[in-house]
Design a protein around this ligand. Structure first.
Ligand code: GN1
Ligand code: MG
Length: 347
């Protein structure tokens, strides 16, 4: 580890490193030197196969953001800073894998489940600012780091392939969830059609806007959007919807006691208000019309992915126990259904 860390241009001498329990995909560490702290990551290249394309995206986005925030007069936001290697590369690749380094925002915090509507409003505003600041960035200049990431057809195809390998679906522990897929797909297809039929603008989107990917300061103001691995062409509904599914429920996405899983309207409205304040006049009428449904869409997409991974013996997401992905799926399907039930009021 120290040998790899040493290849990056860090200030001071390395004192220590420790693993941080965050994210379901990459391995994350905090590195402390005599001068500073850094975020060091081992990239999961089984999932992110085009590491150089992804790192080029991140370099471009982190170069673009500070100037864009400045130009828009947005003084509250900062960007992640990529730390290069001594050879001026964006990452290290050796026989141990792929590694990268960022500055560590020790003055800011990340929350899995927001504690107040104020935090939700502020975090959502940062995501709205992020969308607006990338308004003049051409989406097709970015590599597609994960193809078909929020493509419903693709997720359904994967789900069906996994299901076909199960011997007795009816007695399978996920039988109830498997039975829910057809109806939810029908109800949520309109969101996928926005993208598939080019009914709304293709933008630069973050695509992983769960609440712990926006850092807040001690006053609970949103300050920095992190985890830029999936920044690529998308539609606003992916970001708005992922934000809703991860903030508007009062419990975590893997809460197994489903009585606590529902959409809290005040939290929904806090996210909506914050996001639209940040994005300002960016969105057109069609984009706005489908925002409420996007929360149900993204909860369903996540549920489907968790379910598929569960049926495929958990090869994608990190899990803490054998039923972890099934618990996550049950939770996300319940949330998706609840958003659909409340849809008229949310509209
Ligand atoms: C993964 O690793 P993390 O927590 O940033 C996943 C997201 C899911 C999320 C669910 C590349 O994100 O799409 O929404 O888990 N990222 C990837 O918690 O698949
Ligand atoms: Mg991520």
């Amino acid at each position: 580890m120290i040998e790899i860390i040493d290849q990056f241009s860090v200030q001071g001498a390395i004192k220590s490193y420790e693993r941080l329990e965050r994210g379901h995909i990459n391995d994350t560490f905090k590195v402390v030197t005599t001068d500073q702290e850094y975020l060091f990551q081992k990239i999961n290249h089984k999932i992110f196969k085009d590491v150089s394309g992804m790192m080029r995206n991140i370099q471009r986005i982190t170069d673009h953001l500070p100037a864009a925030y400045d130009r828009l007069g947005i003084t509250s936001q900062e960007a992640l800073q990529l730390i290069k290697t001594h050879r001026l590369e964006n990452y290290v690749h050796d026989e141990e894998g792929y590694f990268r380094m960022f500055d560590f925002k020790s003055h800011l915090k990340s929350l899995d489940v927001p504690e107040s509507e104020e935090q939700i409003f502020e975090g959502a505003k940062s995501y709205g600012f992020f969308l607006r600041a990338l308004n003049d960035f051409n989406p097709s200049d970015l590599s597609v780091t994960l193809a078909d990431f929020h493509n419903l057809d693709y997720r359904i195809r994967n789900f069906k392939e996994a299901k076909a390998k199960i011997k007795n679906v009816k007695s399978h522990s996920a039988a109830d969830q498997i039975a829910m897929v057809t109806l939810l797909t029908q109800q949520l297809l309109p969101v996928w059609n926005l993208d598939a039929l080019s009914l709304v603008r293709k933008r630069v989107t973050h695509n992983d806007t769960k609440f712990n990917n926006v850092l807040l300061n001690q006053l609970n103001k949103g300050c920095c959007v992190i985890d830029l691995d999936t920044v690529m062409p998308g539609i606003v509904h992916y970001d708005f919807g992922d934000g809703i599914r991860s903030t508007a429920c009062t419990v975590a996405e893997d809460e197994s006691d489903l009585q606590w899983v529902s959409l809290d309207r005040n939290r929904f409205f806090a996210f909506k208000e914050g996001y639209l304040e940040g994005a300002k006049d960016e969105l057109d009428a069609t984009e706005i019309q489908f925002l409420p449904l996007s929360g149900a869409y993204m909860a369903f997409i996540m549920g489907l992915r968790f379910l598929t991974d569960y049926m495929e013996d958990n090869t994608y997401y990190k899990i803490d126990h054998p039923n972890h992905n099934l618990d996550r799926c049950k939770n996300q399907f319940k949330l998706s259904q609840d958003i659909l039930h409340q849809l008229n009021d949310l509209k």
